[in-house]
Design a protein around this ligand. Sequence first.
Ligand SMILES: *Cc1c(COP(=O)(O)O)cnc(C)c1O
Length: 398
Amino acid sequence: MMAHLEASSPHTMNTYGRLPIALSHGQGVHVWDVNGKRYLDALAGIAVNTLGHNHPKLVPALQDQVAKIIHSCNYYHVPNQEKLAAKLVELSGMTNVFFGSTGLEANEAAIKLARKFGHDRGIERPEIVVYEKAFHGRSIATLSATGNDKVQKGFGPLVEGFIRVPLNDIDALRAATDGNKNVVAVFFETIQGEGGINPMRADYLQKVRELCDMKNWLLMIDEVQCGMGRTGKWFAHQWAGIVPDVMPLAKGLGSGVPIAAVVAGPKAAHIFQPGNHGTTFGGNPLAMRAGVETLRIMEEDGLLDNASRVGAHLKGALARELGGLKGVVEIRGQGLMIGMELAKPCGVLTQRAADAGLLISVTADNVVRLLPPLIMTEAEASEVVGILAPLVRDFLSS
Ligand SMILES: *Cc1c(COP(=O)(O)O)cnc(C)c1O
């Protein structure tokens, strides 16, 4: 019998516009629903399942960890915290790490770091520059930093101390902060994810780095979605050759196990003192093992290069099939973080793609977003386009 899933959640809060699909298991870049239907996964649980599903190296490591110890708490040392932190320090060129469990939690810690950075310098009312269309999470502070009315509506009063500026406009940033002695940090995503795959230009990133150095502000880059190899470098800002002072990470870091990290450079690494910050789940043995093994496997299997190569192939194939078509505004992004902006709202495409056996998302109303596992092959990427292109053509011509 087919499982019917519509309106089948009487006891969970009505927070998500879900498709009537329940996934049961996966293998590589494929997942199956409870009715046995197979899907090609070009979403990876929103940039989370870095290694796809049932990875032959990750699963035994996690099974081993579960049988040893899942959680211990931060009253004690967790050896893999030090191991994962050392690896993130090596990959980022930064110095110290705090571990949490979700993206908003990492961003909340970043905001606290910026505020205390200010207070330590005698700034009583610190202000942080944030961006139009940004998404930083749904806690009260992170939704206040987010640049989307829909996320904020109904939850006022918002947290104060944020100054909002447009993307990629250094003059606007200068003007918005001119003479303001309360500014302590500039905070953005290298490539906005929820906002519609909107990249910051390399020259802009370099200019903001210079400005932050000159003004003694923290440069805080939210790599929760665009980080962890997705663009073909460990962190997307590395394409611009800069190093931030604070970098929140989450989504792809544990390949499906909830985990987050705030990586800090010398300017921010020693702001928190005992008692300033903490969390119960953060850095627990299961999450740390997932992080350590995810990074190890990514290196062993050359997944950064794969993300670059397969991403270029995917974007190229999309451009060939759909670029220039009336109604296709732009195809953008880097590596396996790709957005295709259409001229009209296209939320219906998620269901139509699922019907055709493909998992994608639509964000910012009119941007088809592809975030496949970093293990995807060129042949599988071609298959994604093979399913998607006719759906988009149909959609635009109706
Ligand atoms: C998803 C996301 C967050 C929030 O992460 P959660 O784990 O959902 O709290 C924050 N910033 C960016 C850039 C994200 O993509």
